[in-house]
Ligand binder design. Structure first.
Ligand code: ADP
Ligand code: MG
Length: 685
């Protein structure tokens, strides 16, 4: 089939330059790509409905005779051509209408039987079907493919082009899946799958074709990701000599929870005992105290004479970790440094020099840590916080900075299990399933804007009692047409300042477009309680920690993903005060309501994340396509069983041929390259 990827779409009959352009709009340039352009849906013509039983207004297929020739007339006073005839079966009759189609009377012939597919409506003149699609019954009943289309390109053109392409398939096509895999997992050949995914004769064929293609796609994804990660486990790690955890405990103003202790033990044991580098994910819901865990682990590594790097996804977070970790480690003799993109070149240079000389033992930073000119003296541990923000490839870049350093990945729970299985497939996992003592359940309220003033009054009351509040607005681009009813953080803050209730309350604004230094100033003022209300975009979403804040009000809550709302909600409930999350939304879409109700129902990050994935699909899951996963054509990443099954298979294949260099895996290697070239050009060689 490989040759068809170099055969241009223009080589098909009936496709000229203009039509080809339309196919290009769909990302289809070659015949091979067209064959891999799977239908988004199907029309079922295989089980026609008797006319008398057809439900009105829904798509149905009927099997009917044409009783009389078409009558062809112009509509009164217009140039609209109306072609009309009658179709009947043993149960009833329906009028067929086609507009402005001069050829229809030659295409549909009297006394012949056809399948017609479309909606039946009940009118004053009896049952009626407007412009149904049709096919002679002699050609057999079948299931018709429906494709994603683009302007000017009708479904039947795509279907037609696919039909031609299928005829070009060589009699024997190379199947990327080796025979043993197909046998073991009961999968059809690629040849079968490609033909039948477009034109299945019945539901069984469609099911089998689909199963094979889903399996293939997920298998390739799993193998590709395992390949990206493959270097890690083969190497020897740096082995630590001593556990300094007990010394560390005296640095903290509180006692660690048992779950935190377990996670720290897991990590340190990995580095004391194992030959291969640690490769561990610490997962804990928002507020479970992951920072202290990372800090404890770094402490022991550094006391053993090595350096650590701690990478955060945003400048604010890096800054915050820098401050809180410096404080915890005060008096331990550990030198903590900060490296972020917004620092002056001179400061960056100084920090990098200190790092290279080993004078800084713990460096905290953003992506700036990944650039070529950052060098370490002896990096032994790389920690990444809020991991789901980083792409798979960025994660491996930190690895190159040391001699196979240990890896500690920290993440709040909103990674659905299925995605986690793929992204973190080969990591050991520690789960922090306990919150620090004294935390209270956060009350989540869902209101519409008519109750906003009452909510603001409630906020004012809390401010008077000394507590602080976040108000979150959706991100709106400056200068873009603001969607109706959506207000930017800046405008919102202006509005509050003019509001009588808030006249004497110090209000701050925080959004992504601000300079880093300004953002820091605002955050610091909020932490120091100089600002009591912070109006913000989602820049505060990840990890920001101000325990005195006990209310978060989220405007236009319908515009946020569930996992995002969960993260935002995690900004409160960090102190001992009763905390509230107020979701404001005027949306009355049932789906949206259902989504927001989930937030009221549960505070379990896993549950929320799974729900989110189901509702929004993985592409949207992290807000942006930052998870680094390629887009799936047919597989559904929220289907746990499919993912798990292919994960098993990927392991079997790799244990058989760790480098996939056997002849029978040539096809798979090619597919992996192709899939990942669509993401970020990662080299898999
Ligand atoms: P997350 O897991 O979301 O990153 P943080 O590390 O930011 O959570 O911790 C949340 C808050 O809980 C911080 O204010 C931190 O100081 C506090 N904290 C962490 N561990 C404990 C503990 N064992 N007892 C009391 N407070 C703790
Ligand atoms: Mg955190």
């Amino acid at each position: 089939m490989a040759s068809l990827f170099s055969k241009k779409i223009e080589d098909l009959k009936g496709i000229g330059a203009k039509r080809a352009e339309q196919f290009h709009n769909l990302g289809i340039y070659s015949v091979g790509q067209l064959l891999r352009y799977y239908p988004r849906n199907y029309e079922d013509w295989s089980t026609p409905t008797p006319i008398s039983e057809a439900p009105f207004g829904e798509n149905v297929c009927i099997k009917a005779f044409i009783g009389s020739p078409f009558s062809v007339n112009f509509a009164k006073g217009s140039k609209k051509l109306i072609c009309k005839t009658m179709a009947y079966d043993s149960t009833g009759a329906v009028t067929l209408l086609y507009f402005n189609n001069r050829y229809i009377s030659q295409m549909i012939k009297t006394d012949k039987e056809y399948f017609f597919y479309g909606k039946i409506t009940n009118t004053l003149n009896g049952l009626q079907m407007i412009a149904p699609t049709f096919q002679e019954t002699e050609k057999g009943a079948s299931i018709h493919p429906i494709y994603h289309l683009t302007a000017g390109l009708a479904n039947r053109f795509v279907a037609d082009a696919v039909r031609q392409s299928i005829e070009l398939l060589p009699s024997k096509i190379n199947d990327p899946l080796p025979l043993w895999v197909r046998d073991k997992y009961n999968l059809q050949s690629l040849d079968f799958a490609i033909r039948k995914i477009h034109f299945p004769a019945d539901h069984d064929e469609l099911f089998m074709a689909r199963r094979r293609l889903v399996f293939e796609e997920l298998l390739i994804l799993n193998l590709g990701i395992k390949f990206l990660k493959k270097n890690k486990k083969e190497e020897n790690g740096i082995i630590l000599e001593k556990n300094y955890m007990n010394d560390f405990l005296s640095c903290l103003p509180y006692n660690l929870t048992n779950a935190q202790k377990r996670a720290i033990d897991d990590c340190i044991n990995d580095m004391l005992n194992k030959n291969s580098p640690m490769n561990r994910l610490v997962q804990g819901d928002v507020g479970s105290g992951k920072t202290a865990v990372a800090c404890a682990v770094c402490h022991t590594v550094i006391k053993n004479g090595y350096q650590c790097a701690f990478m955060a996804p945003t400048e604010i977070l890096a800054q915050q970790h820098y401050e809180s970790i410096s404080k915890i480690l005060e008096g331990t003799g550990i030198n903590v440094g900060l490296l972020t993109g917004s620092m002056t070149p001179k400061n960056k240079k100084t920090v990098r020099e200190q790092l290279a000389r080993g004078e800084i033992q713990l460096i905290i930073g953003t992506h700036a840590l990944l650039t070529k000119d950052t060098c370490f003296k002896n990096l032994a541990l790389a920690v990444t916080d809020e991991q789901h923000r980083f792409g798979v490839s960025q994660r491996s870049e930190l690895l190159l900075k040391g001699h196979h350093p240990h890896i500690l990945v920290m993440s709040a729970t909103p990674i659905p299990r299925t995605l986690g299985l793929i992204i973190y497939g080969d990591l050991d996992i520690s789960i922090i399933d306990e919150l620090p003592p004294g935390r209270q359940e956060i009350d989540t309220l869902l209101i519409d804007s008519s109750k906003r003033n009452r909510a603001l009054g409630f906020i004012r009351k809390n401010v008077d009692e000394g507590r602080q509040c976040y108000i979150v607005c959706p991100l709106v681009e400056e200068g873009e047409n603001t969607p109706e009813g959506v207000i930017s953080a800046e405008d919102y803050a202006q509005m509050l300042m003019m509001n009588d209730i808030f006249r004497d309350v110090p209000i701050g604004v925080l959004h992504g477009k601000m300079k880093s230094a300004d953002k820091e100033k605002v955050m610091t003022a909020f932490k120091d309680r100089e600002l009591m209300v912070l109006v913000s975009t989602t820049v505060i979403e990840v990890g920001v920690d101000v325990p005195n804040a006990n209310i978060i009000m989220i405007e236009n809550a319908e515009r946020f993903g569930l996992s995002q709302l969960h993260q935002l909600r995690g900004r409160v409930g960090r102190g001992s005060e009763k905390s509230y999350c107020i979701l404001v939304s005027d949306s009355d879409y049932p789906d949206t309501k259902k989504r927001l109700e989930t937030m009221k129902r549960t505070s379990n990050g896993f549950e929320i994340a799974d729900e989110d994935l189901k509702l929004r699909g993985p592409g949207d899951f992290f807000g942006e396509k930052q998870h680094g996963l390629p887009e799936m054509k047919i597989a559904d990443l929220s289907k746990m069983e499919d993912v798990a099954e292919t994960q098993c298979c990927a392991e079997e294949i790799l244990s058989e041929s760790p480098l996939l260099d056997g002849e029978e895996y040539k096809g798979i290697r090619g597919e992996i390259k192709q899939l990942f070239s669509r993401v970020n050009g990662d080299s898999l060689n």
